[in-house]
Design a binder for this molecule. Structure first.
Ligand SMILES: NC(=O)c1ccc[n+]([C@@H]2O[C@H](COP(=O)([O-])OP(=O)(O)OC[C@H]3O[C@@H](n4cnc5c(N)ncnc54)[C@H](O)[C@@H]3O)[C@@H](O)[C@H]2O)c1
Length: 300
């Protein structure tokens, strides 16, 4: 049995203990910190404290944004009125913020990522895992580069993604939403990310397809229809595009995959009137209870 060791964080039972740092503190980064902090404080496999790297700004009051976040527990500029969790610690020093973390959550606008990655080369733990919540891609002369690829290549870390039809301000006030973790091969780490982000109002499942999930994060029209139904039920706002739901349904039916994609199936059945709009918040009961163990074809 190894004792708790802060250089190579392990618990007595040899399972890793996770220390999370969020790189980014805008609208979505702040909501991510709220989700994560609510889980690290109750899950024994995580350290309670969640560091959040803040691109320092001076507020009109003359105060530093970081100081105000740490004093009030609110990101008054990017997510005013929402408590992040007393275990969130804002840090303006990027290197310091990532130094001890073995779980790195990247959530800045994508145009800053190349510069951030350059600053982080050689500064992250060798056993760190990463996840990107960033939509968009780096477009270069050689072709497009997904942000998860940029992070993996520059920092030499395994990088998952978390994407969904997510509107930060709605999730901040705990309106129902869902997201998918895209992972490459390691189911255990995918399960850890699912645990870290899941709350009763933020349903997270996992799929062994980083690029597919990352691309779908931007091509999310069908999921947006679902949010439109939720809007009709006075639970949120979003955009709509109905014929795609039918096309997707037909592909899934042809492949025999309807049960594996209950959201798409339910959206189409609501569009055709076979199900009432209220089915949108019930469809998850059809989904595999443990997406990492009982959703067979999703993970092969
Ligand atoms: N907001 C949403 O509802 C939402 C939902 C899902 C995904 N996303 C994705 O999350 C990512 C972050 O979006 P957001 O809404 O949090 O962004 P935002 O526009 O709210 O935040 C901008 C952030 O960038 C920082 N910043 C400004 N200049 C910078 C610089 N030079 N270097 C580094 N950081 C700098 C700001 O301090 C701020 O923290 C994006 O890729 C977005 O597509 C956003």
């Amino acid at each position: 049995m190894s004792p708790l060791n802060t250089n190579n964080i392990v618990q007595n039972n040899d399972s890793p203990k996770f220390k999370v740092t969020i790189i980014g503190s805008g609208n979505w980064g702040s909501v991510a910190s709220k989700l994560i902090a609510s889980n690290t404080i109750k899950l024994p496999s995580f350290y309670d404290e969640v560091k959040m790297w803040v691109f320092e700004e001076i507020l009109p009051s003359g105060e530093k944004l970081t100081d105000v976040i740490n004093r009030t527990n609110e990101n008054v500029k990017y997510l005013p009125g929402i408590k992040l969790g007393s275990n969130v610690v804002a840090d303006p020093d990027l290197e310091n913020a990532v130094r001890d973390a073995n779980m790195l959550v990247f959530v800045t606008p994508h145009q800053f990522m190349e510069g951030i990655c350059k600053r982080l080369i050689g500064k992250t733990r060798s056993d760190a895992q990463a996840i990107s919540l960033i939509k968009g891609m780096e477009v270069k002369k050689e072709g497009p580069c997904m942000i998860s690829t940029l992070i993996s290549q520059q920092l030499g870390v395994n990088c998952c993604v978390l994407m969904g039809a997510n509107i930060a301000n709605e999730i901040a006030v705990e309106k129902f939403s869902e997201a998918t973790v895209g992972y490459r091969g390691n189911r255990e780490i995918a399960e850890t990310w699912v645990q870290l982000f899941s709350t009763p109002y933020f349903m997270v499942s996992a799929c062994q397809d980083v690029e597919g999930v990352e691309l779908c994060g931007t091509l999310k029209n069908v999921v947006a229809i679902a949010a439109g139904f939720v809007d009709g039920l006075d639970m949120g706002n979003n955009t709509k595009g109905v014929s795609t739901a039918k096309e997707v349904y037909e592909v899934l039916k042809h492949k025999g995959w309807l049960e594996m994609f209950p959201l798409f199936t339910t959206v189409h059945e609501i569009c055709t009137g076979r199900l009432p709009p209220t089915a949108i918040v019930e469809y998850s009961e059809l989904a595999p209870k443990s997406p990492l163990t009982s959703g067979p074809n999703l993970f092969q």
